[in-house]
Design a protein around this ligand. Structure first.
Ligand SMILES: [Zn+2]
Length: 56
């Protein structure tokens, strides 16, 4: 997804991207990268499963 003039550094256009570490926006003009905060659902579900095992 492309966000026009969203870059805080150069007012360039940013597009959202994701890699193994999560989602981020990257500026097409200057290369500025900005992490997108999002809860890690996989880790949360693993923690919940571990907690259940401990109780049982
Ligand atoms: Zn920029």
């Amino acid at each position: 997804m492309l966000k026009l003039k969203a870059c805080p550094r150069c007012k360039g256009d940013m597009h959202s991207n994701r890699d193994m570490y999560g989602s981020y926006n990257e500026c097409l003009q200057c290369g500025h990268m900005q992490d997108i905060e999002e809860p890690n659902k996989l880790v949360a579900s693993l923690a919940a499963a571990a907690a259940k095992k401990r109780v049982a």
